[in-house]
Design a protein around this ligand. Structure first.
Ligand SMILES: [Mg+2]
Length: 436
């Protein structure tokens, strides 16, 4: 196995990637030894040995071969970091109200090679948001940020719910626009997906003050409630109508085994409720954060308590859950391998987020148990308000994500110059302490 010390490895690899993962900024993908990071390329002929892998045809050559030859390259070699990687939250970091934060576009260019080191850094996106298929969301991001984003580098709040499609047959899916979350759930493999619209269409007095629009009515399905048994409830995305959605979720959890026409005597027989995340607030185009799914969860639990006198035990995915970061670790490993030909895990993963309670907390807690370093960077362009004390302190606070990625790349450069050791810059650490 190659060893890595900062910006490179002990071998150099020239990868010809598949067309759908073509380089965005041109030039070959080369992993170079750190000491040659800024060395100019020369002229001459060199034919490296070629090996085929699942997704790559790689030209492999040693660092001496690579740098002693005068390889004619029409463009300077692009280096890819194999020693560190990046993970981004989206809302409040890259986008606000659906529009890109200006510095985010610069940040994406920077990590795709437009930096003083000519280096590309592998990255993934980890958002609690949802309500669309991963493919659709990636197409949006591609357009918004001016980079190609693949579902292979994207996790949203409901992505882990995919793994539950085998376990439950009939499920109630709540939230999102129109039929979109039903479509997402069916694409995940859920076989029988019911929406609140189906229930209101079948029994309009379920939600006395809610009238379906013509589109909603036409898209909703009529159920045989006597034969319908809801096995689980999934809140995929933010509710568009809290009153009727909460009424329907309450009816389900108070039911006898998920049958809406039967009520449990103990209120202990209802199906489980899963939320795709637990963010109480999130960043939009409004000056102040808006309430989100975590607020719905709190409201639902309070209602359940008021009505039944019992505590509702619901489950949330998303950040800061450790399972979500483990999922991210697997995704990052696959993405680095398939897209960049890197098979060893990164020594450090920098996570950029705007919400201390989910982004920073999750990163810090995962860092405690992960085999590599997870380094939390909090930006000031979203939920976190400058001048306040974050409930969960990050390792680093930056004005915006562009400043954040520059910090990460420069920190890694410094590590390389220090022979693979960081100057510890965490707030708690003693100044100037050096660690491995
Ligand atoms: Mg955010």
């Amino acid at each position: 196995m190659t060893t890595s010390t900062g910006f490179g490895s002990q071998s150099a690899r020239l990868c010809s990637l598949e067309a759908d993962r073509a380089d965005l900024y041109g030039g070959p993908n080369v992993v170079v030894p750190p000491k040659y990071l800024m060395a100019p390329s020369g002229d001459g002929d060199f034919i490296p040995s070629v090996k085929k892998t699942k997704n790559h045809e790689e030209a492999v050559f040693s660092e001496e071969e690579y740098f002693q030859t005068d390889t004619p390259l029409s463009t300077p070699p692009m280096t890819t970091s194999n020693d560190f990687a990046l993970a981004f939250d989206i809302d409040g970091v890259l986008l606000r109200g659906g529009n890109p934060i200006p510095e985010a576009v610069d940040a994406m260019k920077y990590i795709n090679g437009e930096n003083p080191f000519g280096m590309r850094v592998p990255y993934i996106f980890l958002t609690n948001g949802g309500g669309k298929t991963e493919q659709e969301r990636c197409e949006d991001l591609t357009r918004q940020l001016g980079i190609e984003v693949s579902p292979g580098q994207f996790i949203c709040g409901h992505t882990p719910m995919r793994e539950m499609a085998e376990r439950y047959n009939t499920v109630l899916v709540v939230g999102g626009e129109g039929e979109k979350c039903r479509i997402v759930a069916e694409a995940y493999g859920f076989k029988d997906v019911i929406t609140p619209g189906d229930i209101i269409k079948t029994r309009p007095d379920t939600a006395p003050f809610r009238k379906l629009t013509e589109d909603e009515y036409n898209n909703s399905r009529t159920l045989d409630l006597g034969k319908t048994q809801i096995e689980a409830i999934f809140v995929f995305a933010d509710s568009r109508d809290w009153a009727s959605d909460q009424q329907i979720i309450l009816d389900c959890v108070m039911s006898k085994n998920g049958c809406l026409d039967q009520r449990s005597e103990t209120f202990d027989d209802g199906p489980p409720v899963f939320f795709s995340h637990n963010d109480v607030v999130w960043s939009t185009s409004h000056d102040y954060s808006r309430i989100g799914m975590g607020a719905l969860r709190a409201s639902l639990e309070a209602l359940y308590k008021a009505v039944t006198g019992k505590d509702l035990k619901s489950i949330a995915f998303g950040k800061p859950q450790i399972g979500t970061f483990q999922f991210a670790t697997r995704l990052l490993q696959e993405w680095r391998s398939e897209s960049h030909g890197i098979n060893e895990p990164p020594a450090t993963v920098y996570f950029f987020g705007d919400t201390p309670e989910s982004d920073v907390r999750g990163t810090n807690e995962y860092n405690e148990i992960a085999e590599n370093e997870w380094y939390s960077v909090l930006v000031k362009t979203g939920v976190y308000q400058d001048g306040t004390e974050p409930r969960f302190p990050p390792k680093k606070i930056c004005e915006n994500v562009y400043e954040g990625v520059k910090f990460a790349v420069e920190r890694e450069h410094e590590k390389m110059l220090n022979g693979g050791r960081y100057i510890d810059d965490s707030a708690e650490a003693n100044k100037g302490e050096v660690r491995n």
